[in-house]
Design a protein around this ligand. Structure first.
Ligand code: SF4
Ligand code: SF4
Ligand code: SF4
Length: 325
């Protein structure tokens, strides 16, 4: 019976889960702690309550990264990405409930959410890459990718808990595509394009320390009272006023999988926005210890890694309530 690639990967993940379970049982002492935040870490803060769904960040990202249109209609006239992919590093999605009348409300309301690489503090994609094509900058923490080193194994695709790395499918020499926090722009003293073009400051760029301070400031806001919000970069002084929303206490990315450098604030529960419910411990903190045991048995570490992610997602029983595009 022919086995296609999808079946193979599913089998590998399932088999990996069994192997991972057995390995965790036999090698827990080798697990390590989550890696710490790099000293000069930078990141993005996305505030769903400020987002108006204009998708300027989607267009800005395309332009900054020289990405082609992603046609998804029969006419093939417009760039209409429905999710991130090899031609799209950043999308805005919509959560809608009932009559969808009220912004940032779960019942009969709607909300927007941004999707791109989370720039994990302890990234799975970097951990599993056998040739270090995926790297985490030791200073800024930006997770970058080198296509000249990549051998096309797609372990990074399997391992990412957010489904971010995307393999090209329409070229004989496929590479991986993903957001690299516009590191080419940052090297020129610019900020990521999605933050640069955002008209409301829903996406702002800054050092992680400034993002943490801004999150604390917003958490302390009194809902309904006039508050100020910066555009583009924290500390830019480009401020506008708006009534403070009622934020969730949970800030997505503060703890998930050991923390991420892309953080989210919202008034609508993150699972409703399609964000996966994940544990606080990074997956590499378990899998790298397990790998040392498995190498002696010649079991591919990435297969085990994929199994760990698969098993964790199954265990979390996340309701499949992904928002519509
Ligand atoms: S979100 Fe995925 S691709 Fe991005 S750093 Fe984390 S593991 Fe890597
Ligand atoms: S940081 Fe750059 S590559 Fe990443 S989503 Fe924003 S514009 Fe796109
Ligand atoms: S540019 Fe800003 S307001 Fe517009 S969709 Fe993107 S994040 Fe939202």
């Amino acid at each position: 019976m022919a086995v296609n690639r999808r079946d193979f990967l599913k089998g590998a993940a399932g088999g990996g889960a069994a192997l991972a379970t057995a390995a965790v049982a036999t090698a827990p002492a080798q697990a390590r702690e989550n890696k710490p935040m790099p000293p000069n870490a930078v990141g993005l803060l996305y505030d769903s309550t400020l987002c108006i769904g204009c998708k300027a960040c989607v267009a800005g990202c395309k332009e900054a990264n020289d990405l082609p249109p992603d046609f998804n209609t029969a006419e093939q006239l417009w760039d209409t990405p429905i999710d991130i992919g090899p031609k799209t590093f950043n999308v805005i999605k919509l959560y809608a409930s009932g009559t969808a009348e009220h912004k940032d409300q779960e019942e009969n309301g709607f909300a927007f959410v941004k999707k791109s690489c989370m720039h994990c503090v302890d990234p799975s994609c970097v951990s599993v890459c056998p040739v270090s094509a995926m790297t985490k900058d030791p200073q800024t923490g930006i997770v970058g990718y080198d296509p000249d080193i990549c051998i096309g194994c797609r372990y990074c695709v399997l391992s990412c808990p957010f489904g971010v790395p995307q393999a090209e499918y329409d070229t004989p020499t496929p590479k991986i595509k993903k957001c690299e926090m516009c590191r080419h722009r940052q090297a020129e003293g610019k900020i990521p394009a999605c933050a640069e073009v955002c008209p409301t400051g829903a996406t702002v760029f800054g050092p992680i320390a400034a993002i943490d301070a801004e999150i604390a400031r917003r958490r302390a806001m009194v809902p309904g009272e006039t508050a100020t919000f910066e555009r583009r970069t924290l500390g830019s002084g480009d401020v506008h006023e708006k009534a403070a929303p009622k934020y969730l206490e949970h800030v997505y990315g503060e703890k998930e999988v050991g923390g991420t450098q892309f953080r989210f604030m919202s008034s609508v529960e993150f699972e409703k926005l399609g964000m996966p419910a994940l544990r606080d411990k990074s997956y590499p903190s378990d899998s790298e210890g397990i790998q040392h045991t498995l190498y002696s048995g010649m079991i591919a570490p990435a297969v085990v890694f994929a199994g760990l992610v698969w098993a964790a997602k199954r265990a979390s029983h996340v309701e499949d309530e992904h928002p519509e595009e």
